[in-house]
Design a protein around this ligand. Structure first.
Ligand code: ADP
Length: 173
């Protein structure tokens, strides 16, 4: 599986699946979630409504991942994963963040996706320290055994975040 690191807007990527750093409500929000819903249009919102209607308590769970079609986006699927809100790292945050990446990869595999792009989950409003989050992202993706997936893109939103991922990936080479 090739790993690419870029700085860009995830809504523009022509990959099979993009991952949305969602909240447990799964119906949109701020940050990357808002950008994805804005770009995808009401079709994505309607997909999400259908999705939550089928879930216990009509909510998603932190660390889980839920796949929908992608509305007007150039990708085929959006995988919505609620990341953990960071407190102090002692409340299961690392395991939950790793689950977000692993479950998202699984959802993509279930659809036979060849490519997937991740934002820096939980590192915005949810406050996860960027370096720690990037290490978990890289480690979890590298530990995954792909069947259909050939390419994983870490789509950062700033050159500073891109530099963190590139440094971590180089350390491991
Ligand atoms: P969370 O609530 O999981 O912390 P946020 O959306 O607040 O989610 O932030 C997650 C990451 O997504 C941050 O690094 C933020 O800079 C980034 N981000 C925001 N908009 C976009 C976008 N259009 N494409 C890619 N990344 C984005």
């Amino acid at each position: 599986m090739d790993i690419e690191v870029i700085t860009g807007d995830i809504t523009k990527l022509e990959v099979d699946a993009i991952v949305n750093a969602a909240n447990c409500g799964l119906l949109g929000g701020g940050g990357v979630d808002g950008a994805i819903h804005y770009a995808a249009g009401k079709e994505l919102f309607e997909e999400c409504l259908k999705l939550v209607e089928g879930l216990p308590d009509h909510r998603g769970k932190t660390g889980q991942a839920y796949l929908t079609k992608a509305g007007r986006l150039p990708c085929k699927y959006v995988i919505h994963t609620p990341g953990p809100v960071y407190r102090d790292g002692q409340h299961g945050e690392p395991e939950l963040l790793a689950s977000c990446y692993e479950n998202s990869l699984r959802r993509a595999e279930e659809k036979g996706c060849a490519s997937i792009a991740f934002p820096c989950i939980s590192t915005g409003v949810y406050g996860y320290p960027k370096e720690d989050a990037a290490r978990i992202a890289v480690k979890t993706v590298q530990a995954f055994s792909p069947v259909s997936l050939q390419k994983v893109v870490f789509c950062c939103f700033s050159p500073g975040d891109e530099a963190i991922y590139k440094r971590i990936l180089n350390e491991k080479d």
